[in-house]
Ligand binder design. Structure first.
Ligand code: BGC
Ligand code: NOJ
Length: 808
């Protein structure tokens, strides 16, 4: 069942009923100010950090799921309704929500009145704009009263839901003309405030929640709106809100716009006050004047559209499969940009007060957005590297506002260091900017202890080599990529988190995943070392890569597939000898992707085992059989009921590793088949089962052992976005930057007989026409009409256009 459709022409997903299976959301904002907005207007916004600078209060796990923190109410005579359907769940003659790139428009119609609101965060602004267009499509004159509503978060979202003994007394507002100011804590240590203004004179306003709603009413029955009479309440403590009341008269056929601006404003410390006790509002007034006219909003909309068009032109596909085109050209890179901005901090499944930026997460996200915003990727790499410790290990997470490593979780996830090599190599392949390797970067953000970025990479590589276990495989530490494989944890206390509890000391538990990761990273690391003139280091790195490959083949081959790990006691994990959890996806994907077992048939065997034991119609599950009981020696993985999350769920992040691995052994058909099983655009028709947005990936789809097989959770913020992009764009369509040129080596099977990719890279444009005839072992290329050896297209000078013909 579908709940909407793709509008490819203008790159929007059009939701045609408010009753989607779950809130289907979008993100607004490109750089500093971000909003989450659901198809019925729910969500919140924040400046840079969803924990420390949250403007709107949003209640997670609410009943019903998605109410607050924004609303618009319309009074039409005695009839009161909400055009976004919620919060009143008004019966609408028509509903439509268009989620586009950084922009959402929600349309509701009732009794001849059409209310269309476009929400956006204009480029360069720290504000959310709502442009409400009211049209009278009836044949009688309409006298409408519009009430806006937002509820403020008292800035620190964590404290906001904990510290009520203080917070119920701190709330403060000011009202000035049509602008309402949220100034809680401004009198003391804050030099920022929020403003919510509208470009029209007010009939009245409200800023106190209880007055606006009435003591016993929810957002679906605000007393002020039902009475049609604003009270001009001034919040003092309790819960500050902002509600404007504006009268709009419309003759038949007439239309009128209201522009609401919800902004974040910072003042310099020495210019906080206009007069003693009066907040300096001049930057807010300037902001409001930039959006006092709907034409200014139109210009901002156009600028935003141009921004996205030019970003997305970097990689443009034209294929016979419209679902593939919309994933590759629009929705997958769009999601990659959102993961770039959010990491795992704020979604409808991540509360914005938890995890901040992940070391491994952000490095992997980078693989999906580096071609879109290379200069921002550069800064991201330097920020991440600055949270590394001198021994090469790394903070697992850091806070976006402060960029400081998060002490609560600390270090000890032994896959983290190698991701920095993988991320940095991707950046240099894209840009050719080897200069980044010479940038001085602190360890642990301590400016008195710095080293070149290359030295950071060297320490990453050697951290892994310095921490090997009895079989010469890397020690797993707290966990590797799979956060839930906690082999040193032995937690029996339900009140301690798996992620932070004290681990047993031991140097036995080894990860085959990290082993594969080292083999994967070694050639890139060696190339970078060589470029820096460290030839001995380069040679040694290649040898270490080969040595690790040998260790995997010798100690981590189970007969039909690669083992997953050795546990604390040196017992096998992910072996046919185990009673449960006999085979895992991660080592099959990562080891083959790294090239392990290509020569002796093990790679093919391992991938056949994946097909046989792990592949399901909804995607490839993480392990089989699932753990049916808690295994103390394995940790969180066995805490999930069978089929969910890391215990035999379809953990979509690792599926593309298998797709890429399949392309390494030339099985494009199978790779593309796996791709379609989880790519959201292909799941649109089963939205009633899948339930999350059909335009973005979710972290997890319940596996075949789950009660709710096929149901997705945790949409938007997942490494799935970046890796699926890499799998399809780089490996199946086969166009990827390497240090020496643009590789053109498609492997996508028979479904896509021909396609064109236009790729911008390092200032040049490459027009690549592929005839996917599958006649040759190795694709045949002509570059500007001349047949070339191999599949590498040398980089052209900036400004050049290169025509590439490719026959597979
Ligand atoms: C989840 C993981 C997540 C981890 C860290 C676990 O409960 O299953 O997917 O990475 O928590 O927050
Ligand atoms: C989600 C986390 O963000 C990611 O870092 C981890 O690799 C996966 N869960 C798998 O556990």
């Amino acid at each position: 069942m579908q709940f909407g459709r793709f509008d490819d022409e203008i790159r929007e997903y059009v939701i045609t009923t408010p009753r989607t299976p779950y809130p289907w959301i979008n993100y607004l904002g490109t750089k500093e100010f971000f909003s989450l907005i659901s198809h019925t207007g729910g969500g919140y916004c924040f400046y840079r950090d969803a924990r420390f600078r949250r403007l709107l209060r949003y209640r997670y796990n609410n009943v019903p799921t998605d109410v607050g923190a924004r609303a618009l109410y319309i009074r039409d005579g005695d009839d009161v309704w909400t055009p976004a359907w919620k919060p009143m769940k008004s019966a609408l003659d028509r509903f439509e929500c268009r989620h586009g790139l950084g922009m959402t428009t929600i349309v509701g119609e009732r009794n001849g009145v059409r209310a269309a609101t476009t929400f956006l965060v204009p480029l360069g602004e720290t504000a959310e704009i709502w442009r409400l267009t009211l049209s009278n499509n009836s044949d009688t004159a309409k006298k409408l009263t519009v009430f806006s509503f937002v509820e403020f978060c008292l800035w620190n979202a964590w404290d906001d839901q904990n510290n009520f003994q203080r917070n119920f007394s701190t709330g403060e507002v000011e009202v000035d003309g049509s602008a309402i100011y949220h100034v809680t804590e401004y009198r003391e240590r804050r030099n920022h405030y929020a403003v919510f203004g509208v470009n029209a004179p007010l009939t009245g306003f409200d800023t106190d929640r209880e007055t606006f709603l009435g003591p016993d009413n929810g957002l679906h029955e605000p007393a002020v709106v039902l009475d049609g009479a604003p009270r001009n309440s001034i919040a003092s403590g309790w819960a500050p809100i902002a509600s404007h009341c504006v009268e709009v008269e419309l003759a038949p056929g007439q239309q009128r716009d209201l522009v609401f601006t919800l902004g974040y404003v910072e003042n310099p410390a020495n210019a906080k006050w206009e007069q003693p006790g009066v907040v300096n509002k001049s930057p807010a007034r300037a902001l409001l004047s930039r959006f006092s006219d709907p034409r200014q909003v139109e210009a901002a909309v156009d600028a935003l559209r141009d921004y996205w068009s030019s970003l997305l032109e970097t990689y443009a596909l034209d294929s016979p499969d419209e679902r593939l085109d919309r994933m590759v050209n629009v929705w997958n890179p769009y999601q990659c940009m959102v993961t770039f901005n959010m990491s795992r901090s704020a979604s409808y499944f991540e509360s914005g007060i938890g995890r901040g930026m992940g070391f491994r997460d952000s490095n992997q996200d980078l693989l999906g957005f580096v071609h879109l915003v290379p200069e921002r990727a550069r800064q991201r790499i330097l920020d991440i590297a600055a949270t590394q410790f001198p021994d090469g290990s790394a903070y697992h997470q850091y806070q976006p506002l402060t960029k400081q490593g998060n002490h609560d979780i600390g270090a000890g996830f032994n896959d983290d260091p190698l991701w920095l090599i993988i991320g940095t190599a991707a950046y240099i392949k894209e840009t050719g900017d080897f200069g980044i390797l010479s940038e001085e970067v602190p360890f642990d953000n301590d400016n008195s202890n710095t080293a070149s970025l290359f030295e950071h990479l060297r320490r990453s590589f050697h951290f892994t080599l310095d921490n090997l276990g009895p079989h010469g495989l890397p020690l797993i530490g707290r966990a590797d990529w799979n956060d839930c494989l906690n082999l040193n944890c032995f937690s029996e206390d339900p009140d301690e988190p798996y992620q932070t509890t004290a681990n047993r000391e031991g140097r036995t538990a080894e990860s085959v995943f990290i082993a594969g990761q080292l083999v994967y990273a070694a050639p890139d690391y060696a190339d970078l070392a060589q470029h820096m003139g460290f030839d001995d280091e380069a040679t040694a790195a290649r040898e270490h890569g080969a040595g690790m490959e040998a260790a995997i083949l010798e100690h981590a081959w189970d007969g039909e597939w690669f083992l997953r790990a050795y546990d604390f006691f040196g017992e096998k994990v992910g072996s046919h000898e185990n009673e449960e959890g006999q085979i895992f996806i991660e080592p099959q994907g990562f080891c083959v992707m790294a090239g392990v077992g290509l020569e002796d048939g093990k790679a093919i065997r391992a991938l056949d085992s994946v097909a046989e034991h792990l592949a399901t119609p909804y995607g490839i599950v993480l392990n089989q059989p699932p753990y049916s009981r808690y295994h103390l020696e394995l940790g969180e993985i066995s805490s999930y009921p069978p089929g969910y999350k890391e215990n035999a769920g379809i953990f979509c992040h690792n599926n593309p590793w298998v797709m890429i691995a399949e392309t390494r052994i030339g099985r494009g058909d199978r790779a593309f088949d796996y791709y379609r099983r989880i790519a959201p655009a292909y799941l649109e028709e089963i939205s009633e089962i899948h339930r999350t947005e059909p335009y973005v990936y979710s972290q997890m789809v319940a596996g075949r052992d789950a009660v709710r097989e096929g149901e997705a959770k945790n949409s938007w913020l997942t490494g799935t976005a970046a890796w699926n992009y890499v799998a399809i764009a780089h490996h199946m369509l086969g166009v990827r930057p390497e240090l020496g040129g643009l590789r053109v080596s498609p492997c996508i099977g028979t479904e896509i007989p021909s396609f064109t990719v236009t790729r911008r890279c390092r200032g040049g444009t490459y027009r690549i026409r592929v005839a996917n005839s599958l006649k040759h072992g190795e694709p045949k290329l002509t570059v500007d009409g001349i047949a070339v050896e191999g599949t590498l297209v040398p980089y052209a000078p900036a400004g050049a256009t290169v025509e590439v013909e490719c026959e597979t």
